[in-house]
Design a protein around this ligand. Sequence first.
Ligand code: SF4
Ligand code: SF4
Ligand code: SF4
Length: 327
Amino acid sequence: MSNNDKAKFAFYWASSCGGCEIAVVDIDAVILDVAALGDIVFWPCATDFKYKDVEGYDDGFIDITFFNGAIRNDHEEHVAKLLRQKSKVMIAFGACSGLGGIPGLGNFYTTEELFQQAFEHSPSTVNPDNVRPQPSYDVPEGTVTIPAILDSVRALDQVVQVEYYIPGCPPQPQWIAAAVTAYAEGKLPPPGAVIAGESTVCDECPREKSDEKSITEIKRIHLVENDPEKCLLEQGIMCCGPATRSGCEAACVVAGQACRGCFGPTDEVVDMGAKLVSSIASIAVPETQEEIDALMAQVDDPAGYFYRFSLPTSMLFRSIHDMTEGQ
Ligand code: SF4
Ligand code: SF4
Ligand code: SF4
């Protein structure tokens, strides 16, 4: 039960896979620090607080809200605004909340295209009457409503003001602990800070880098053998390390996989996709435009590679479709 002396914490998931919720319960002994510091006053995944409980709190009643997931529908937008009103500090927790994340890849398509895929064309769908979800539907017992999909996926700070960001897909325990400890000690950084490293994954990566022009072809990591001592990118394997914020100790690369960029861009990187293209270009052997075009054409799913976690907060935000095309 909450009392007036302890800090109040809230956790919420919007458009989320649930992995960030798992990360919260995976913080080991730090969970005891959280319990000692404060009470949880809202956590739909794990507790039975209701939205009306939150509506009844005074403005600023919640000390910190850890908000994971992107904003995909009008309910999530409403709850983000409600929690903002009731919280002193909002933390965008995880790549989806901070950058738009995997749900943000939906911005490459119109809502109609997404609905067509989900409710007509997907191999597991049988829907001869082309039934689509209706935000509001009348039944004898009354009106049933469900959240309405918004035109674009947005990161949390594109909907409400955010004080801090804990990056990652999902965030790692040490950075959750760092945020909780900083709060407990009154040492939170200036608003706007990303609670993680300040350099790049490449700076933490133990693989040997030569900075020599070495890419002659683009390879997929699961289809080739790679030299475990050498930089993956220099071997032609797409790795997002040069554009990605440090703090994970190059976890994926150390485990034998390429970095996918889940910690998001560093403060110096304006657009992850642009930075990654320039990183490849700087060590690519081909020099003429034709040769470079041919090399880049070998990148499977370039949009998903260059903007896997950051499309809504990139310079692109979303792709624009001419809805009159084909009519
Ligand atoms: S950041 Fe990753 S783990 Fe967290 S909700 Fe998004 S996809 Fe899931
Ligand atoms: S590009 Fe990838 S493999 Fe190469 S140094 Fe950076 S993180 Fe390591
Ligand atoms: S190596 Fe890259 S993808 Fe893997 S945890 Fe670190 S930032 Fe995320």
